[in-house]
Design a protein around this ligand. Structure first.
Ligand code: GDP
Length: 296
């Protein structure tokens, strides 16, 4: 990996010493480094462009021009803008509805939906003393239903059985009825993923959304997905009113630029980060820390 952005910017700042004012060309040089860093972190190109334009506008405004240390001021703007972009919005789950509050999990196959379903179930149960039911609508992969059963048991929550012979809508309705009857606080509905976006998948999850009226619709996305994350996020956010994002596999070695892309495209807040395969491997997303990781 190329040397860290902060080192490169420090060098440029050094070259600027003695200058009373930052010039447009200084800003251009620095923004070129920022652009490179974002691309190296796999932030999607249109998102990088938009971000750089916003930073430039701020940098050329009074915040930098006329400041005693324009270089540091610019670094500060980049950091703050990045953290603000990713950290905007309500990070807490909003489950303030007539129980059972439904959480609908959306995302591609392998993104980490089933694992995250169990992680959230455990979190709600242990930290917030909620009574949580999970159900799988993945009728295409019996193994996925079994996997949810296993991880739900690890979470200490209850699992509602489903079979590949049923229709996802039928399953979801039965689980919701059961959750109501047995006074569950939360029902988490895991859904089928596909390796790529397809219309059948989207229509199915849209009908689940309409029937369940979920309090939260979480889009689960693999932080390692890099540039592709933007297309996936676009398709899901056009199909569903997403209320939050879960960025998984942040324990991997990616710089996690997908966070910025997905936040930009969906407009939904990033609520959680997946940080291991284990049941307790989930954290509230920390935008400032993540900004540092993206910039390297
Ligand atoms: P789904 O197809 O979307 O339901 O994805 P799964 O929940 O089955 O996850 C796919 C794979 O990613 C599994 O091997 C999980 O253990 C793994 N996984 C999920 N979340 C994380 C995470 O935050 N970190 C790591 N390292 N692995 C994860």
């Amino acid at each position: 990996m190329a040397s860290a952005l902060s080192d490169k910017l420090a060098r440029l700042v050094k070259e600027m010493r003695g200058q009373a004012r930052i010039t447009e060309s200084n800003v251009q040089d620095m923004l070129r480094e920022v652009r490179m860093a974002l691309l190296e972190a796999d932030v999607a190109l249109p998102v990088v462009r938009d971000f750089i334009a916003r930073v430039k506008e701020k940098a050329l405004g009074q915040e930098v021009v006329g400041s005693l240390k324009p270089g540091q001021a610019l670094v500060g703007i980049v950091n703050r803008e990045l953290a603000a972009t990713m950290g905007e919005g309500q990070a807490q789950l909003n489950l303030n509805v007539q129980p059972p509050a439904v959480i609908l999990m959306a995302g591609l196959q392998g993104a980490g939906k089933t694992t995250t379903t169990a992680k959230i179930a455990r979190l709600l149960r242990e930290k917030f003393k909620k009574k949580v039911l999970t159900v799988s609508g993945d009728v295409y992969r019996p193994a996925a239903i079994e996997q949810l059963k296993t991880v739900t048991a690890q979470a200490g929550a209850e699992w509602f059985p489903s079979t590949p012979e049923q229709k996802p809508l039928e399953i979801a309705q039965a689980a919701l009825d059961y959750a109501k009857k047995h006074f569950f606080d939360v029902l988490i509905v895991d859904t089928a993923g596909r390796l790529a976006i397809d219309e059948v998948l989207m229509a199915e999850i849209q009908s689940l959304h309409a029937a369940l009226n979920p309090a939260e619709t979480l889009f689960v996305v693999d932080a390692m997905q890099g540039q592709d994350a933007i297309n996936t996020a676009k398709a899901f956010s056009e199909a569903l009113p997403l209320t939050g994002i879960v960025l998984t596999k942040l324990d991997g070695d990616s710089r996690g630029g997908a966070a910025l892309s997905v936040r930009h495209i969906t407009g939904a807040p990033i609520k959680f980060a997946g940080v291991s395969e284990k049941i307790d491997g989930i954290e509230i997303f920390d935008a400032e820390r993540h900004a540092g990781r993206i910039l390297g």
